[in-house]
Design a protein around this ligand. Structure first.
Ligand SMILES: [Zn+2]
Length: 463
């Protein structure tokens, strides 16, 4: 097969693989600015840094788009076993956990398979539910997200939530709770696998474990920013190809792999594509999302504020953690009409990534998918792991990310964006509301859809 874009490909690939810029940028974001968690000084520094880099690289219209949201700041927390023994256990609260003082018994549901919440409902009521971070509990065939385990605990009448990291040696794992832009109605904390196992042994040997939980986290209105820059198209500037990643990490972490490896890969694609701006008939827009980690807030805000532009988005490629992803595949969020096109691109680029056809709701493509936008992600098509590993822990640090991983993601993104921008026979158009509804309610999603409806109504009722 001949490659119609061979000479541009050679320049782009050559430029990316002979530059260490992406790793430099990763160190600035993580080592200089820290977690970049919503509300921290480093968050704003990161937004300004990305904007300045957009300008340096020659992007147009580089700017911040501010938005308000319900922010959360970590306070002090104390977890004490008060019966059958007395012992303090180290723990962290989960973002959007409300401040509390409470005493209650623990109910251990294990990995948290959806069915167990239904059958054990009576035993959960009035207790603090304990579960772990396994993503396929009891071999359930879909990712059972922390938010779902929390939501099911809530609906079963739990008054608190303990999330046990199922990996040894990684400390506690964090992650937001609650319903997007609102606090969780019950407190959520996280403990290590080792302390979780201690509590299980204690319960087995000496009976029901009762704890006291005291926390002082603060909830308040905050401002975050989406960071936007673009290469305007020369022929059809109104048609947009978008690349993006969130830039906030969790406050206990550098968030190097998730998400900063994605941020710097998007920046690197921007840097090299800017050199060929005059050859791009359509606009390529680069957007870094604020506060994804506590509810995809930046991308939801963007989809709301830019509602009249969404139908002009040809393709959104989400790159959350793409540079650190174990494989750089293109996962199309159920766009079979694009399969042949992307297979063709793969062939002409002489690459061997997998092409997926599935979607999930756990990153910034989702607000756009809900509006019918054609979305995809650079992510592993086959999830071979049982969880996030060091992700969402204090060990997601710069040393886990390789320069080649960043280059691979940047190069793939730049070459894909180039192709979609030049493509005259783009065989997909956005879904209308009815098609989105059909997508969400297909037969193998019955269980998750039923849960989502229930929990949405539940949150509404208690609001
Ligand atoms: Zn992420």
């Amino acid at each position: 097969m001949t490659n119609p874009h061979l000479s541009l490909d050679q320049k782009i690939v050559g430029d990316i693989y002979t530059s260490g810029e992406s790793m430099e940028n990763l160190s600035v974001l993580c080592d200089d600015f820290g977690s970049r968690f919503g509300g921290t000084k480093g968050e704003r520094l990161a937004a300004d840094f990305i904007k300045a880099k957009y300008k340096e690289y020659g992007l147009s219209n580089a700017h911040l788009e501010p938005f308000e949201y319900l922010g959360w700041e970590r306070g002090e927390v104390k977890l004490e076993i008060i019966s059958p023994i007395q012992k303090e256990i180290p723990c962290i609260t989960l973002p959007h956990s409300p401040p509390v003082t409470m005493e209650a018994e623990i109910f251990d549901i294990g990995p948290g398979a959806p069915n167990d919440f239904d059958t054990l409902g009576d035993k959960i009521k009035g207790k603090i539910l304990m579960t772990n971070s396994e993503i396929f509990p009891k071999k359930v065939k879909r990712w059972v997200h922390r938010q779902e385990k929390y939501g099911r605990s809530l609906m079963a009448g739990a008054i608190g939530f303990i999330f046990v990291n199922h990996y040894p040696g990684y400390g506690p794992a964090t992650g937001g709770i609650g319903d997007y832009d609102s606090a969780g109605p019950i407190p959520g904390i996280s403990i290590t696998r080792e302390d979780g196992a201690f509590i299980q042994r204690l319960a087995k040997r000496k009976g029901t474990v009762k704890i006291r939980l005291t926390s002082t986290d603060k909830l308040s209105k905050m401002t975050s920013w989406n960071v936007v820059g673009e290469l305007p198209g020369t022929v059809k500037p109104e048609e947009i190809i978008m690349l993006g990643s969130h830039y906030d990490g969790h406050d206990i972490s550098q968030g190097a792999s998730d998400p900063a490896s994605g941020v710097v890969a998007v920046m690197e694609a921007a840097r090299v594509l800017a050199k060929y701006a005059g050859k791009l008939p359509r606009t390529i827009r680069f957007v870094m999302w604020g506060v994804e980690e506590i509810g995809l807030l930046g991308s939801y805000e963007y989809a709301r504020a830019h509602a009249d532009e969404l139908e002009n988005i040809r393709f959104y490629l989400n790159m959350d953690g793409a540079g650190g992803s174990p494989s750089k595949d293109i996962n199309l969020h159920e766009w079979p009409s694009l399969q042949d096109t992307v297979e063709g691109y793969r062939k002409e680029m002489a690459l061997d990534f997998a092409i997926g056809q599935a979607f999930h709701s756990a990153s910034d493509h989702y607000p756009f998918l809900l509006k019918g936008v054609i979305t995809a992600g650079i992510e592993a098509v086959q999830i071979t792991r049982g969880g996030r590993g060091y992700g969402h822990t204090q060990y997601d640090t710069v040393d886990k990310v390789t320069l080649q991983g960043l280059q691979d993601a940047a190069s793939l993104a730049a070459r894909m964006a180039l192709r979609v921008a030049l493509e005259e026979n783009w065989p997909a158009s956005p879904r209308d509301a009815e098609s989105v509804d059909k997508l969400l309610n297909q037969p193998d999603r019955t269980e998750i859809q039923a849960y989502l409806k229930r929990v949405k109504a539940f949150y509404k009722e208690i609001a």
